[in-house]
Write a new protein. Structure first.
Lengths: 338, 284
């Protein structure tokens, strides 16, 4: 133990002097506190922002919530002039177009992800992945423009007549071919959610340990049986997360859908018929709404959209986090829950 | 006689058929990309000329005119978005990477991820209620603010990831020398993570530059030059939307040309970012 009274030799600072000097030097305690408050404040700011978004939208939509209550969601009549607001047609259009997008885009995205992780040579993987992900970089309004002038005419003149000839006995594929309509909206959405699903699924597949593949091959499986029997089940949580993330994107997508879905608030069994989505009606009517009730009703539609998006995204994040936390192993392991 | 190792023919067929389908799916995805890009390039090149890049829109029936004000407007809006979204996003990202162990950090991380998935038109409604209603005018500031909110969670998460990648040995070396923690973060961790943070920022800018929905009732659009942040301002995506749904051929041509400029801008950012990332990763 050092004694307090030791006196330093000449030319060297005594321990007491050193201690005094250290005491004068900044320990950075104040700087640390300021810094922690600064960056912590930014983090809390995000929470406050989300709180503000929710609160402000509830406040703005309150007149409509009070007036229509639950009837807002199940009401079929949307008549801004007469003051009747029922959002069911929009809810229906949003759900149908998004489900359609998942049915069309999901398998293609999963196939692409399997091809990227299991089939394509390593040297090409980066380039092809980048190309698929570039689909996500193209702005929504450009997809809309392409949808109006390329996709919709193609559907009207070729695809929809062919579908009607082949499957016209189903109500889904009956009625006149407009080009713009639910089918066009679903197709555009399918293209737009494809890169999201493909990227998340590819990452999940690439995280599958090689011994899973080797074990399956050692049992005499073909390449495909290995992929479908060992790799895909192992990565299924991540793939599911990707699908739900894609669904979330489809539900909230606005511009491209608005431009090709036809914007008619009617519930029709036919996929060829025009319909309307939650996001589209906000985009089309908000700047033209004159009555306060109309504005409030549109904000309430935004609130419904927000609620749906939060639930869907929270679900997707929880699934994807589960994998990340497990490092792509235990939680997603085969045998669990089978 | 079959040997035990031979594979039944239907398994072989299924193998090739299904693997082939996967490759076909990948081919289809790339084909769609090329179809959209090709159309934008071919159609857009037809309408793109000096007039388009230097003039403001003309009234209906008067051919010619351009989107110069919309191009500048988009740059201004993105500039405001960067000022609004970048500092807070980087700050929150640092918090999550350096202090983020408690329950608060988990909540913030989760909320940021969910905010990424909130539809952009909802953010537009929020900006309308927060800024347009009290100020009684559509404004460039409201539009830029909406874009900044959309940028925020993207910047936060990419900053967190890149700061987290800074080797612990660097931090420990500095801490062992008696450097205060905040200085270690500001002078050692941040500069080391800089390229990752810049990448995240570019990614976020590329994402918001093409956004249309949140601008519909915030920035609103403008047929003329506008430099005031309190006035409605033109934006490239808005102008494309208005022209695309119009019935005039001349406007359609301009919408394609505008799309070409917009896609060029966004792809330049995305591809440039990829090159930066690659050089960083392979230490070239």
């Amino acid at each position: 133990m050092m004694t307090e009274t030791t006196v330093g030799r000449p030319g060297r600072p005594s321990p007491r002097e050193i201690r005094a000097a250290l005491g004068r030097a900044s320990t950075g305690r104040r700087g640390d506190a300021v810094w922690a408050i600064l960056v912590g404040g930014c983090a809390v700011g995000i929470l406050l922002l989300v709180l503000a978004i929710t609160t402000l939208m509830v406040v703005e939509s309150w007149p409509a919530v009070q007036r229509f209550g639950f009837g807002f969601i199940v009401g079929q009549r949307w008549d801004p002039v007469g003051g009747h607001f029922g959002a069911l047609p929009f809810l229906y259009g949003t759900v149908v177009s998004s489900v359609l997008a998942l049915l069309i885009g999901g398998p293609v995205a999963l196939g692409s992800a399997i091809a990227l992780s299991e089939l394509v040579p390593r040297q090409l993987r980066g380039l092809l992945s980048a190309l698929v992900e570039l689909l996500a970089a193209i702005p929504s309004v450009v997809y809309g423009l392409w949808g109006i002038f390329v996709l919709a005419p193609l559907l009207r003149s070729a695809v929809e007549p062919a579908l009607r000839t082949a499957l016209g006995f189903l109500p889904l594929f009956s009625g006149p071919a407009y080009g713009v309509g639910t089918l066009a909206g679903g197709l555009i959405l399918a293209i737009m959610i494809l890169p999201t699903i493909a990227a998340v699924s590819r990452d999940a597949l690439l995280a599958v340990p090689n011994d899973q593949r080797e074990a399956m091959l050692a049992l005499g499986a073909t390449h495909w049986e290995m992929v479908w029997g060992a790799v895909v089940p192992y990565a299924r949580t991540g793939i599911l997360g990707g699908f739900i993330l894609g669904l979330g994107r489809a539900l909230g997508e606005t511009m491209a859908v608005t431009m090709v879905i036809g914007n008619r608030p009617a519930i029709s069994a036919s996929l060829f018929a025009p319909s309307y989505t939650l996001a589209s009606v906000i985009a089309n009517e908000f700047t033209e709404a004159t009555s306060d009730l109309h504005l409030a009703a549109l904000v309430e539609i935004g609130l419904v959209l927000l609620g749906v998006a939060v639930v869907v995204n929270a679900l997707a994040r929880l699934l994807i986090w589960q994998i990340e936390r497990a490092g792509g192993s235990a939680a997603a392991g085969p045998g669990r829950g089978r | 006689m079959r040997t035990p190792l031979s594979i039944a023919w239907h398994r072989k067929v299924a193998n090739w058929l299904l693997l082939g389908l996967c490759l076909a799916a990948l081919g289809a995805a790339v084909a769609v990309l090329l179809a959209v890009l090709g159309y934008v390039i071919v159609q857009g090149a037809g309408g793109l000329n000096l007039d388009f890049l230097t003039n403001t829109p003309r009234p209906v029936g008067d051919s010619g005119g351009g989107m110069a004000n919309a191009i500048v407007g988009t740059l201004i809006l993105v500039g405001i978005a960067v000022v609004v979204g970048l500092p807070v996003g980087i700050g929150a990202g640092i918090y999550l990477a350096e202090y983020g162990r408690g329950r608060l950090a988990t909540v913030v991380r989760f909320v940021a991820d969910v905010l990424t998935g909130v539809p952009s038109i909802t953010i537009g409604l929020f900006a309308y209620a927060l800024l347009v209603v009290p100020l009684k005018s559509f404004s460039a500031f409201a539009g830029g603010f909406a874009l900044g909110v959309i940028m925020l969670p993207v910047v936060t998460r990419t900053t967190e990831e890149s700061v987290r990648l800074v080797p612990a040995s660097l931090r420990e070396a500095a801490l062992a020398l008696g450097v205060p923690r905040w200085k270690v973060i500001a002078r050692i961790a941040l500069p080391t993570a800089l390229s990752g943070i810049v990448t995240g920022a570019l990614l976020a800018v590329a994402r918001v530059a093409g956004e249309t929905a949140p601008l519909l009732f915030t920035a609103f659009g403008n047929q003329f030059w506008s430099w005031s942040l309190r006035q409605p301002i033109a934006a490239l995506p808005l102008q494309i939307f208005v022209y695309a749904i119009s019935p005039y051929d001349d406007w359609h041509r301009q919408a394609w040309a505008g799309s070409l400029v917009l896609v060029g801008l966004v792809l330049l950012l995305s591809i440039g970012m990829r090159l930066v990332v690659r050089r960083q990763r392979y230490g070239g």
